[in-house]
Design a protein around this ligand. Structure first.
Ligand code: ADP
Length: 384
């Protein structure tokens, strides 16, 4: 194996909070790591053995970084996959594999993949340009309301808009896109699946995501999801099928819609640690971060069950505040039982920027959810 207390190293493309939390496990196990990120202030800069400032979309920089490591992984999908494919050919173990990242990077390609693999997902139509979509609307081939999704670079809802009129349609960006049926959603749930190099697969119990009404960001993640066992079983089956289709190595966070009709449809996936799995640090026997490292090193995968219920609150920058960050009322929330804050270490706050998260653990999910609301009302991420 050779990664424990040696100079064999794991490279991580992206040095944000997900990388920082992965590094908790590599530190615990004394595994050598190298991180590349465009920002020299990246949260992961302090937890790795070597930090490289570089452009993740640049072929040469990704390639040069990859040549220095034994295993290469990601904490963000927007990376140069041609460089990853070249590295794979030259014997670097790239997990998730370049082809998996390439399919997932592009929302349109991802949807086609589900169609080809017989995976339930909302009906959609693809368009090469905004004009082509407008033309289809004019000809009655797409009708309001629908969901416009840009092919690439969308995150936290920025590349997604509900279109109810021609006026709305004017506001979307140019470029390849899809028109997806507007789903009548009962709940948004997520299942994290992990697959090791030799194909051992485990999955975490479903979590339930509650969205902020205006920011379109996840506000609370509840573990376990409050759904009947037959729905849980269905969600697990669908997530496992998605994992099987991708044949990925490492984590795969599968975002699902539970429709009002009780069906489970795949929205999208992320082949990396995910916000919906942060609760696992405190609630699960094995955190998603440790699980990812186990999978990459082809070690036995860990128990995914909860030790305790958990509710995660994203700690985002308050509206109207921009500049050096100040976390107000930390001492008050820490006085409440089961409150576990994580501060990512970003120097500047901006409205709705993810600055940290707080997991509330409790034997009772309902109590944890109530405390989460109290925490949310108490803590403030502001600029002084
Ligand atoms: P992102 O990659 O930016 O997170 P998503 O595709 O996950 O974008 O969409 C963001 C959110 O928009 C979803 O979590 C869901 O609340 C809503 N949404 C996305 N697609 C649909 C749809 N087809 N019908 C209804 N709501 C949707």
């Amino acid at each position: 194996m050779g990664f424990f207390s040696t100079t064999k190293s794991i490279g991580i493309l992206g040095g944000g909070q997900l990388g920082k939390m992965l590094l908790t496990t590599t530190r615990q196990w004394d595994i050598h790591t190298q991180v590349m990120d465009p920002s020299k202030e990246a949260p992961s800069r302090i937890g790795c053995n070597r930090f490289v400032q570089g452009d993740l979309m640049d072929y040469q920089q990704v390639y040069d970084f990859g040549k220095e490591v034994n295993i290469l992984t990601i904490e963000i999908e927007n990376v140069n996959t041609d460089a990853l494919a070249a590295l794979e050919k030259e014997g670097v173990q790239v997990y998730p594999q370049a082809t998996v990242i390439k399919t997932i990077q592009n929302k349109c390609r991802q949807k086609e993949f589900y169609l080809q693999n017989n995976i339930p997902t909302a009906p959609f139509q693809l368009f090469q340009s905004k004009d082509a979509l407008k033309d289809a609307v004019a000809r009655g081939l797409v009708s309001f309301p629908f969901v416009w999704k840009s092919e690439s670079m969308g995150y936290d809802g920025y590349g997604v808009k509900i279109i109810r009129s021609n006026q709305d349609l004017e506001t979307v960006n140019e470029g390849s896109c899809m028109a997806e049926d507007l789903v009548a959603i009962d709940k948004e749930i997520g299942v994290i699946v992990c697959r090791s190099v030799s194909g051992e697969t485990v999955s975490y119990p479903s979590v339930e995501m509650e969205f902020h009404p205006t920011a379109n960001q996840v506000e609370y993640v509840l573990s376990p999801a409050r759904i009947p066992s037959r729905i849980e079983q269905n969600a697990q089956e669908v997530a496992r099928k998605v994992s099987e289709a991708y044949q990925h190595v490492g984590l795969l966070a599968v975002e699902l819609f539970l429709t009002k009709e009780g069906e489970i449809w795949v929205n999208e996936v992320a082949p990396r640690p995910h916000n919906s799995g942060h609760y696992s640090i405190e609630s699960s026997y094995t955190s998603q971060f440790e699980q990812h490292i186990r999978a990459l090193l082809d070690l036995p995968l860990g128990n995914t069950e909860n030790k305790v219920s958990g509710v995660m609150v994203n700690l985002v920058g308050a509206a109207g505040h921009q500049g050096p960050v100040h976390y107000k009322n930390m001492e008050h929330i820490l006085a409440i039982e089961g409150v576990c804050p994580h501060i990512y270490g970003k120097k500047e706050t901006r409205p709705f920027r993810k600055m940290g998260h707080i997991t509330i653990v409790n034997k009772s999910l309902e109590t944890a959810r109530q405390i989460a609301e109290q925490v949310k009302e108490t803590i403030e991420v502001i600029s002084k």
